[in-house]
Design a protein around this ligand. Structure first.
Ligand SMILES: NC(=O)c1ccc[n+]([C@@H]2O[C@H](COP(=O)([O-])OP(=O)(O)OC[C@H]3O[C@@H](n4cnc5c(N)ncnc54)[C@H](O)[C@@H]3O)[C@@H](O)[C@H]2O)c1
Length: 310
């Protein structure tokens, strides 16, 4: 099999490339490094099953030869990134998704969209099943990401219904693991980096807001299952074990042995108060559920950040 992965130099795209190459497939990777890094794919240089093109996928995508799949992962993904890159985020979610769908159609390839739990916004239904349409503020600061992904889902379904394209939509919940950036602004990397540097851990609000954290290997396993034998309906992939942000801070302090303090800052606008996936569909359609415990996944992630900060 030969697949195109957009956003291949990012956290998730690079792990996905490793998984496909490890399974004996060929990967064509594309990235413009707006938030990704060449370091994430450096180990693939010279691998005969990997080809890389530096390209902004908001523009027309051309790939020579046959493709069996297109996995569209290009997009700023952390709140810090998409608030700094609002127009690029809207463009890659809309125009970039259109271009990625276009090449999938031209090649007769299966298409998989990396969507997000953010399509549920600040949810009024808890936990969130795929049938919930969400509670999103289109004109709030986070609207640039949430609405781009909602548009991307709508575009994917239009290609499926109108052009008969074989499509998949994965709604990814907070995922963590090695290759996260030191400054990506997501809660796990924030806490681990602050703890390792001996800086105070910043908790927004009173820390009672909940998040679910999926380890990257579990997520990639679910994505491959969805790609290979899934459905065109959106599928949540995430960990249903919910933790408060405060609990995460305490666990990070314990595992790093850090003596950092925890400090509170005001909640950002439209910050979701609860977030927990309903994964009944993933269980039933893919036989998938996360296996890695938070403590276990954090150990590997902490080791990664220790190397980066050394
Ligand atoms: N990590 C998570 O917890 C999470 C949760 C929900 C959804 N997602 C989705 O998964 C995907 C990957 O996220 P990630 O965590 O790996 O983020 P990331 O920032 O590490 O990776 C995104 C990659 O896309 C590239 N990119 C962005 N715009 C581009 C463009 N116009 N052309 C070419 N390349 C471009 C970036 O340079 C980067 O390498 C994103 O679509 C994101 O929305 C991630």
């Amino acid at each position: 099999m030969r697949v195109l992965i957009t956003g291949v130099a990012g956290f998730l795209g690079s792990h996905l490339a490793d998984r496909f190459i490890g399974a004996g497939h060929e990967v064509v990777g594309m990235d413009n490094f707006v938030t990704g890094s060449p370091d994430n794919i450096a180990h693939l240089t010279g691998n005969g099953r990997f080809a890389f093109f530096e390209h902004n996928v908001t523009n027309f995508i051309y790939v020579e030869g046959a493709l069996d799949g297109v996995l569209h992962f290009a997009s700023p993904a952390s709140p810090r990134d998409y608030l700094e890159l609002p127009i690029q985020t809207l463009k890659v979610g809309s125009l970039g998704t259109h271009k990625a769908l276009g090449i999938a159609k031209a090649k007769g390839a299966r298409f998989l969209l990396a969507s997000t739990s953010e399509v549920y916004g600040d949810p009024l239904v808890h936990p969130q099943p795929e049938g919930y349409w969400g509670n999103v503020n289109p004109v709030g600061p986070r609207g640039v990401y949430d609405e781009a992904k909602r548009f991307a889902e709508a575009m994917t379904m239009a290609y499926h219904r109108f052009h008969g394209l074989d499509t998949r939509i994965v709604r990814i919940f907070n995922t963590y693991g090695p290759r996260m950036r030191v400054r990506d602004g997501r809660v796990v990397s924030n806490f681990v980096v602050q703890a390792l540097k001996g800086e105070p851990l910043t908790v927004y609000g009173d820390g009672s807001q909940t998040r679910s954290f999926t380890y990257v290997d579990d997520l990639v396993d679910g994505i491959v299952r969805l790609f290979e034998r899934g459905t065109s309906e959106p599928v949540n992939l995430g960990n249903p074990n919910e933790f408060t942000v405060r609990q995460l801070a305490d666990l990070v302090l314990k595992l790093t042995g850090s003596r950092s303090r925890v400090v509170r800052e005001p909640l950002p606008q439209d910050d979701p108060k609860v977030r927990q996936p309903d994964i009944a569909r993933a269980r039933q359609a893919l036989g998938w559920e996360p296996k890695v415990q938070l403590e276990q996944g954090l150990e590997t992630t902490i080791a990664h950040f220790r190397r980066k900060l050394a």
